[in-house]
Each structure stands twice: as structure tokens, then as C-alpha cells.
Design a binder for this molecule. Structure first.
Ligand SMILES: *Cc1c(COP(=O)(O)O)cnc(C)c1O
Length: 367
């Protein structure tokens, strides 16, 4: 049996005719940038997240970067980010001219450990970026309390958390502002690149909506030195088709994960934490840990199962961040995750017999 790491075929197959119709409708309207589809999507995505504003942008990296810029963060400032996340979180900080300061995650939750944040706060710290990694919300009450005490902004990186909740409130509504990605493989994905910023802050929303469009509100009047980072009409239109299905897709993933969590039983494999009363996880990634990762990866691959690693090289050890001079051993938890984490197949439309097959394979794996 062959099980890919991810497949969007079933998801897109079921809404194919709606997507085709939207494509034709946008093509016929001949308005490809900043039109009705974007306006409609911004309204429904803000409603979905429970925020006053949603602003469509070009991708998730820009969403985070534009938030930081709009808050006035730049040269000489520091922003706290988790040491295990996708590199975009750190790059968003670096692009403003500020420096990312890494804080280790909790090895069980995979999200930033609030207890390790305060020791990294300096005079230069301006914000904390909380990443809802793998679809599980970070411990926001603790993070917001620390930020409040020190007068810092809190930015959510919700690129892996569309629909995830914390104490019943949606990711995107849990801090001063939040960045989303609609990269195709995310739980809510466009058919290309896309992103959004959500916030309840009118002033921030206004600045981000200018910054994404050449710093302009009125055509050819440029109040700020902005970027070109707009969510185009075609992608907004596809997202308008997809958003109403998001909860159903997330519920499906949760059902698959319930089976993984109750049926995978192998002492060599550590499973991630289940959802609890506080964190509703939308399982962007199902991350297991094992001391024999290469062996498990090869075993699954030999048996037709695709896997992935999130992420195989910690950010502080990447060439892009060599200038920070952070050697191996500086962030042992991030390094441990990068050495031991394996992501198992999880997508809408996985068949019961595929799940059976994968669970049986995992339970009979030994080294
Ligand atoms: C995908 C992702 C991003 C970046 O989104 P893009 O749309 O690819 O720019 C940022 N942060 C995290 C945690 C992500 O997973």
C-alpha cells in the first residue's frame, strides 16, 4: 500500500466544480487585485477568527513581517521567537532589522516554554512571537501576562493553526495581532501563495493594509514605504470556496489522530499530547518523537509510507543565521526535536484501511 505524506486530491476533488466556477467568474470580471473576492474573504475570515479585522496579504512570512513593521519594530530591537519553528518566524523579525532571540519550547507541547521567556527579555525586547506549532495553540495566558508586565507586544504565528482554539477562542484572536499562511498544504490553503493578518487593533489594521499595498490608501498617495504583498482575487476567491469546509476538514484530521493516539503502541515511539480542555489542536502536523528516527523513516518509506521532518535543522544552526554565532548545544531542545521528530501522514480523505495499515506497521516496527 502507498500512503503519501500529504494529498490534497480528495479535498479539492469534492469542491472541484465550485473552484472551476470561481475561476471562471474571476476571469470574466477581469479584476485581479483588490476586488470583491478579497473584501468578502477578509470579512468572513475575520468572522471565523472572531476578530474585528482580517487583511489579506501575499503569504505568511509577509503577514508576520508587516505586523512587526506596523508596530514600529526595527533596527536595534529584539523579538522573542521559539527555537523550534519554521524559519519564516525568525526571518520576519530579521527583515525588519530587529534580532530574533530564541527561547526553547516545551518538549511535550512543542510550543514556546513561558517559563523560559523572562530570562531573555532585555531593554531592547519589543515583542514575543508565539507559534501555534503543528496546530496546537501556545500557552497564551502565561505569554500575554509576561508581555503585559514588560510592556511588550504579542504576535501569534498562526500559519499552522487555522481553527485551533485556546480556552474556546480561535487562534488569530489570542494576542495583539496574528499572521496566517494559506500555503496550499496548510489546513486552510489557497491554490498558490497567500496570507492574512488578523487583529482587533484598528490602528494596526490600517497600517498593515497600507503597508501591503505600497504604503497607500489612496491611489498614488504613499503615506508609508510599503511593500507589494496583496492577496490576489483568484486566491481570495478559492479561499472563499474553501473556508466554509475548514471545520469539517479539521474534524476529519482530529478523528484520524484519535485513532493514532489510541492505537499506536510502540515503546520506541513517543506520541504528541492529545487535545485537552484548553487546547483544541487542529493537527497541522502529527509529530512523533523517536531516538531512531532515520530507521523509522526508512522502514516506513520501504513500506510505501511518506513522512516528513519539521524541522530537520534548527534555525540557529542554519547558514542564514551563522552571523548570530550560535553553536551546536545552544538550544538542546530544538536540536533534540530536529534529530528525533518524524511527521506521519495526515490529510483529509485518508481511508480507514490506510490508517489501519499505518498503525499496524508502526506497532510492528523494531530496531
Ligand atoms: C508556513 C509557515 C510560515 C510561512 O508561511 P508562507 O505562506 O510559506 O510564507 C510561517 N510560520 C510557520 C510556523 C509556518 O508553518
Amino acid at each position: 500500500m502507498n500512503i503519501p505524506f500529504v494529498s490534497l486530491k480528495k479535498m479539492h476533488g469534492e469542491i472541484r466544480s465550485e473552484l472551476d466556477e470561481k475561476f471562471a467568474s474571476v476571469l470574466d470580471k477581469s479584476n485581479y487585485i483588490m476586488g470583491d473576492e478579497l473584501e468578502a474573504f477578509e470579512k468572513s475570515f475575520a468572522d471565523y477568527c472572531g476578530t474585528k479585522h482580517a487583511i489579506g496579504v501575499g503569504n505568511g512570512l509577509d503577514a508576520l513581517y508587516l505586523i512587526l513593521r506596523a508596530f514600529g519594530i526595527g533596527d536595534g530591537d529584539e523579538v522573542i521567537v521559539p527555537s523550534n519553528t519554521y524559519i519564516a518566524t525568525a526571518l520576519a523579525v530579521s527583515y525588519t532589522g530587529a534580532t530574533p532571540v530564541f527561547v526553547e519550547p516545551d518538549i511535550r507541547t512543542f510550543t514556546i516554554n513561558p517559563e523560559k521567556i523572562e530570562e531573555k527579555i532585555t531593554e531592547k525586547t519589543k515583542a514575543i512571537m508565539a507559534v501555534h506549532l503543528y496546530g496546537r495553540t501556545a500557552d497564551m495566558d502565561e505569554i500575554n501576562a509576561i508581555a503585559h508586565k514588560h510592556g511588550l507586544k504579542v504576535v501569534e504565528d498562526s500559519a499552522q493553526a487555522h481553527g485551533a482554539t485556546y480556552k474556546g477562542k480561535k487562534a488569530g484572536s489570542l494576542a495583539d495581532a496574528s499572521g496566517f499562511s494559506f500555503y496550499p498544504g496548510k489546513n486552510l490553503g489557497a491554490l498558490g501563495d497567500g496570507g492574512a493578518v488578523t487583529t482587533n487593533d484598528d490602528e494596526l489594521a490600517n497600517r498593515v493594509s497600507m503597508l501591503r499595498n505600497y504604503g497607500s490608501k489612496i491611489k498614488y498617495d504613499h503615506e508609508l514605504m510599503g511593500n507589494n504583498s496583496r492577496l490576489d482575487e483568484m486566491q481570495a476567491a478559492f479561499l472563499n470556496v474553501k473556508l466554509p469546509h475548514l471545520d469539517k476538514w479539521n474534524t476529519f484530521r482530529n478523528k484520524v489522530v484519535s485513532r493514532y493516539l489510541s492505537e499506536i503502541k510502540n515503546p520506541l515511539i513517543t506520541l504528541p499530547l492529545p487535545c485537552d480542555d484548553v487546547h483544541y489542536n487542529i493537527w497541522h502536523i502529527f509529530a512523533v518523537m523517536t531516538d531512531h528516527r532515520d530507521s523509522l523513516e526508512k522502514y516506513l518509506s520501504d513500506n510505501g509510507v511518506g513522512t516528513n521532518k519539521h524541522y530537520p535543522k534548527a534555525i540557529h544552526l542554519q547558514g542564514a543565521y551563522r552571523h548570530l554565532g550560535l553553536s551546536e548545544g545552544t538550544y538542546p531542545i530544538a536540536e533534540k526535536i530536529s534529530a528525533c521528530e518524524l511527521s506521519l501522514p495526515l490529510y483529509y480523505g485518508m481511508k480507514e484501511e490506510e490508517i489501519d495499515y499505518l498503525i499496524a506497521l508502526l506497532n510492528s516496527w523494531s530496531i
